[in-house]
Design a protein around this ligand. Sequence first.
Ligand SMILES: Cc1cc2nc3c(=O)[nH]c(=O)nc-3n(C[C@H](O)[C@H](O)[C@H](O)COP(=O)(O)OP(=O)(O)OC[C@H]3O[C@@H](n4cnc5c(N)ncnc54)[C@H](O)[C@@H]3O)c2cc1C
Ligand code: SF4
Length: 508
Amino acid sequence: MSGMLRVVLGDQLSRSLSALDGLDAAQDTVLLMEVMGECEYVPHHPQKIALVLSAMRHFSAALAARGVAVRHIRLDDPDNTGTLTGEVLRAVAALRPSGVVATEPGEYRVAQAMAGWEAALGLPVEIRADDRFFCSLPWFRQWASGRKQLRMEFFYREMRRATSLLMEADQPAGGQWNFDAENRQRLPKGLNPPKPLQFTPDAITTEVMALVAERFGGNFGRLEGFNWPVTAAEAALALADFITHRLPLFGDYQDAMAEGQDTLFHALLSTSLNLGLLLPAQVCEAAEAAWREGRAPLNAVEGFIRQILGWREYVRGLYWLKMPGYAALNALGASRPLPAMYWGAPTSMACMRAAIGQTERLAYAHHIQRLMVTGNFALLAGVAPEAINRWYLAVYADAFEWVELPNTHGMAIWADGGIMASKPYAASGAYINRMGDHCRGCEHDVKAATGPKACPFNFLYWDFMARHAESFATNPRMAMPLNTLRKMEPARVAAMRAEAAGFLARLA
Ligand SMILES: Cc1cc2nc3c(=O)[nH]c(=O)nc-3n(C[C@H](O)[C@H](O)[C@H](O)COP(=O)(O)OP(=O)(O)OC[C@H]3O[C@@H](n4cnc5c(N)ncnc54)[C@H](O)[C@@H]3O)c2cc1C
Ligand code: SF4
């Protein structure tokens, strides 16, 4: 073969991928690799493995149908070496290409492996930028350089200007950059969010599910009920379904939680975006069009676009700016092992039970559950960053390190000491009670901070504040809770801290 070997990784399933630019169907071969190394570096939820493998197989089939030569290495191929590098070496030995073309990966770990390919193969290896994002990595680096603080809100405004999304000339549509103040409502009684679109597994997905059940059936998470789009066409249907049925109320109930409501008005588009089945521009343009055509209000559309144009791009930029040191940060010196309830052990806490239970069933929880329930608990209890990061990376179908790590490390547990968030997202039970109805059916009393029925979020919150009072003293955004703590009766603080110590000891 005198053509190129074009490598496509499992989260690079976009027809417009830079590695496929200039593809010569007469000479080139596209390589896709299902390898054990990628399936088991954390104990992924079975739905996540099934999603990636099925989407890869569909992508290969679509390329082959267009006459492209595809070398698709299946997980159960007897000669499979189990690693990406091993499979690239094997493909080069078999096909003798004149060079290798790839797109930069989403994870630092994989980038390290790819950096060694040229030497290992003895062939030119071209690694192209991943241009499926609004913001290139050099652009982000330039934006960040010289800034004392890397706040998302300012980055987001730059991105609005750069893309013209939701802009009226040089001003933000509606005269405001951010409509969050309107976006913090509880779900009212009687309002039933529409169910997401159903996707029936086809022959490819069914075959993959059998393989996953056999090899990864012991991992945390249920495989039955798998309902993720596995092709660009299915993802486009999921996008259209969201825009029509859930986007109009997305903003109002973005922060809400409700017993028995797994998905509320959320998009369920992160898996399709992260695998490349949808492009962020396609999603944001569809949302903007809905507003311009009067099909969705501005607070919803701005809130939604901010998640993708703002947060998603920002966490990617931050990840590549700060790795590899970022993963090792532990600003609060947290060291507790992950409590067994995260892996499904029974818990008396209704909010944790709901978030973890649906994670097990769906490989999905919405943002407020990840941040203010499971993340908040890990923050307050002082769970070791590597333990909670590993959990988030394993259990969500949309979890890839470039997006998972900053969200966990920076936003949820403040292990980065404020690079991302100006203060820890720490909250007592009152926040969870304000945003949802879990407390009503809980064994604990959300109003109590001591005693047999006390809500663990309450005593853990004050124990956390007391534990870190000294280091938070210089943070003006922590002044309010620290003042409240200072004004409390010392005996009350001591009682809550004793409650916290007993609870954490029992948890261990
Ligand atoms: C501790 C923690 C871990 C997380 N881990 C991941 C992860 O591994 N993968 C992942 O894609 N998201 C992660 N998020 C962000 C967010 O929770 C998910 O993107 C979202 O819940 C996906 O569901 P959805 O598609 O229904 O999102 P929606 O709430 O409907 O939001 C729309 C889209 O915006 C994007 N988005 C929203 N919030 C964020 C954010 N904070 N960072 C990046 N993109 C965002 C997603 O692409 C999402 O599809 C994490 C958040 C926290 C707090
Ligand atoms: S009472 Fe506390 S533990 Fe129970 S659901 Fe409310 S916040 Fe969660």
